[in-house]
Design a protein around this ligand. Sequence first.
Ligand code: DGT
Ligand code: CA
Ligand code: CA
Ligand code: ZN
Length: 575
Amino acid sequence: MVDKVAVARALRELGMLLEVQGENPFKVRAYENGARALEELPGGLDEVIAAGTLTEIPGIGKALAAKIEELARTGRLELLDRTRAALPAGIGEMLRIPDLGPKKIAALHAALGIGSVPDLEQACREGRVREVKGFGEKTERKILEGIERLRTASARVRLPEAREVGERLVRRLRESGAAEQVELAGSARRWKDTVGDLDLVAGSREPARLSAVLCAAPGVESVVAHGETKTTVRMAGGLSVDLRVVPPEDYPSLLLHMTGSKEHNVRLRALAREAGFTLSEYGLERLADGRKVPVHAEADVYRALGLQPVPPELRQDTGEVEAAREGKLPAELVTLGDLKGMVHVHTRWSDGRASVEEMARAAQEMGMEYLAITDHSRSASYAGGLDESRLRAQWDEIALVQTKVRIRLLRGTEADILESGALDWSDAVLEQLDVVVASVHSRMKMDTEAMTGRILRMLELPVFKIWGHPTGRLLLEREPYGLDMEKVMDAAATSRVALEVNGDPHRLDLEPRHLRMARERGIPVVLATDAHSVAGLSNLPYAVMTARRGWVERDEVLNALPAAKFTARVRPGAG
Ligand code: DGT
Ligand code: CA
Ligand code: CA
Ligand code: ZN
């Protein structure tokens, strides 16, 4: 099976390297667009190649299709190899420094001969970068910060990328028939927002054969360690994968151990000792006689320790062990099936890539009862934000599409929260909308006091709003805004607001600890995709799992309400 993420990555790298070489911007953009189109391809790449329909994908022309086929067939791209060879070897790593694009890298290379991250770091420290035209002290400082962040973040990948690789390997190992049980464990099973490495666990009587299957799997670049019970490989994208294998009867204990978190395990072990057992990856044993307690599933271990079974995504040692002991784990954790509406999506009217009708049909296919179209407001001009006349024209289109689909369409907006804390629409417009998402997209670097004031003023507005991607973080790329969360949450509790759990894999915002703060205060939430394409709608599970990690229950989720109740609850003009 062809790894479309790896193919996309190769195209993107080629585009950026060509840009460093000064290649024409159109060509450069074509690679980026092609990479994006592949990432958003709903199915597998093999089918498309087999059917010869690559060029029917928007953004993929003949030349690009040939390169994709070459990558799929050979795992390499001749032009990429040649371009890499023509540039200093460290340029690829320099491209990963946040905020340092190909143009700046080309300028630094031309002026100072810098061709690697260590060269660059040294030049910054010696104050040489600020002397280059177009650079200054501030850029120099930002580059150093970027290098620092690259160091701390480079080891981790975002959850969906990790899960995609992990699930593919799990399928492969299962299909080999060399194992009775195989599962993804570790942070990926806990749906943590970023993943350090993948942990696969298996119960098998043929560990050597299973290990060989992993080593030969597509996408495996090198074998780091290779033993009977433990194998470690490195994937093409740099992600490391551990496989642990035990006999089938010991599998549940291994799964529990390898799922973690480490902190959760430490707590379980302490409880086990108190109860007269020892707990390890090899099983649960009675201290008195060293006899193994038979364990058929993870739940058996929890029960033996007097605990309710804890779902993997809750295993963070943030109170779940105490709750499980008292039988007080949240009973109605929200599930994907609970959701009845999509409440934050974009269309071609602003920066989305699908029409209102396409989004409506896709959401309907997913079983949704309602869909709020929430394109950007005017201030988000970089994202094609709508002015009032275009917004009204969009209402006409929404009305037209409504005559063709069953799903109920709602008029919405994603209004910018302006620097003053006001929303980017007049009250007259706000009153005519069904759903208002309010988000910060500009002036994100205000200091904590100013940003907190801005948000507090937004919260005070009488109109009901969904506060979109509240902390503004971009995973592995951008820190959250400075915000006094306690203050903001206290204000939200008495405001007409719901907090969004944004399932965009780059955001996963709010995060669990903040959701816990919201729940303590009775603040409702919505689970949203912020989709900019039909494919983006399928990120809903990431919003759901992030919410579950924050213990969110069904009755706290506004878009688990049926359409009539939802609109009554969030309609800006209403009571
Ligand atoms: P990651 O890879 O950084 O995203 O996070 P994890 O949780 O996947 O951590 P990893 O890969 O180092 O280890 C996988 C699991 O193995 C971890 O969740 C719990 C278990 N584990 C690892 N080290 C220890 C340890 O020192 N003590 C205990 N009790 N469990 C451990
Ligand atoms: Ca791991
Ligand atoms: Ca590991
Ligand atoms: Zn949005």
